[in-house]
Ligand binder design. Structure first.
Ligand code: ATP
Ligand code: MG
Length: 348
């Protein structure tokens, strides 16, 4: 059994590009906030790829991950050229990270967005659908990709979405499918959604066809709350949501499985600004906040979130979100980190 006060050990991947800079910032904030964690580094990414390991992850790292079961990962760079496998896909598949969770909410008026009321969580199925990677060549001119949808897969992700809604006090779960055309595959997803929704009478639920549904997200995102959908649709929707939220450098995400969970920023390694010490650590910090909630440290998570919001409200902004007239101070990564630490204990 686990003693209540025992620190949780996290496998930490520093990443490439701005990765090490934003990881240092994030861990400093977690430490100052009193998060009860220990960290163990894992080697993934560019260095591993370039050492001749095409998977981008070492054997030792796999061991650290299976021992600790929680990963905080900064963005990594997959080198150009053939033969290098995407580490993200490898991690998702090998660790059974079936659920990708991306919350995006407006920070209006502190960060510009056309949608001041939006507050959406996209929950994307992460293992099945067209991303199962089953492709065939039928003839020289005909190729096929198999869309794989299973009842257990649908049940896992849909139940996860409703449990998430309950845990985070969300009011509505919307399912996005194209079951008017794909009657069997998307039909199964929708059927399972209706079955499970009936068990959660405290939460409103509805289903929309993916094409008009996406259009409605883009036009009036304030009408959505939690969205649950299959892999490909979720991939597309979660990028739309992050983009219209005006905050690609701000959002974090969770990849959750039965035994392991991995937390990260949604953006890439930003090689164009690497080493300049100006990167916004907010995306990874928000990933870490999701991680703290996941390991049962919701209080520390809230404390950090509030300090972060207060910092933004005080107009202390990194260059990527700095706006003349609205921001009061343009800061670098370290100054932003210090500003958040100074505000721990404050609420916006
Ligand atoms: P990848 O292929 O790794 O996903 P990408 O092409 O999507 O990478 P990103 O690395 O996400 O690109 O960067 C896109 C743009 O956003 C770049 O100009 C980058 O400098 C900027 N950017 C990304 N993350 C941040 C951040 N945390 N702080 C400031 N700017 C950022
Ligand atoms: Mg990208």
């Amino acid at each position: 059994y686990k003693r209540i006060n025992q620190a949780t050990t996290i496998a930490v991947a520093e990443g490439d590009g701005i990765g090490p800079e934003i990881m240092r910032a994030t861990l400093n904030i977690l430490k100052a906030a009193g998060a009860n964690i220990k960290t163990e580094p894992i080697e993934v990414g560019q260095q591993v790829y370039l050492s001749g390991n095409s998977s981008g992850i070492t054997e030792e790292s796999w061991k650290t991950i299976s021992k600790n079961k929680v990963i905080l990962k900064a963005p990594i760079t997959t080198p150009q050229g053939k033969g290098y496998k995407s580490l993200n896909v490898t991690l998702r598949k090998s660790l059974g990270l079936f659920s990708n969770v991306r919350p995006v909410s407006s920070l209006h008026p502190y960060v510009h967005t056309n949608f001041p009321e939006m507050d959406i969580v996209v929950i994307r199925e992460n293992e099945e659908d067209l991303y199962a990677g089953i492709e065939h060549r039928q003839t020289e001119d005909v190729v096929q990709c198999l869309k794989l949808i299973t009842r257990p897969g649908c049940e896992k992700i849909v139940r996860y979405a409703f449990e998430y809604a309950r845990a985070y006090n969300r009011k509505k779960v919307t399912c996005m499918v194209k079951d008017n055309i794909m009657k069997l595959t998307d039909g199964l997803f929708h059927t399972v959604f209706k079955e499970i929704a009936a068990e959660y009478s405290d939460i409103e639920s509805n289903a929309q066809i993916i094409d008009i549904g996406s259009a409605k997200i883009a036009a009036s995102p304030e009408n959505f709350d939690v969205i649950v959908t299959s892999n490909l649709y979720g991939d597309i929707i979660s990028d739309i949501v992050a983009e219209i939220g005006g905050s690609v450098g701000m959002a974090g995400s969770a990849n959750v499985g039965k035994n392991v969970a991995m937390f990260e920023a949604i953006h890439g390694s930003a090689p164009d600004i690497a080493g300049k010490k100006i990167a916004n650590p907010s995306g990874l910090l928000n990933g870490a906040i999701l991680m703290l909630a996941h390991i049962g440290q919701a209080e520390v998570a809230d404390k950090i979130k509030n300090a972060w919001l207060t910092t933004l409200e005080d107009g202390i902004h990194t260059a990527d979100v700095y706006q003349k007239g609205k921001s009061t101070k343009k800061v670098n990564t370290e100054e932003f980190t210090e500003a958040v630490i100074e505000r721990l204990g404050q609420t916006p």
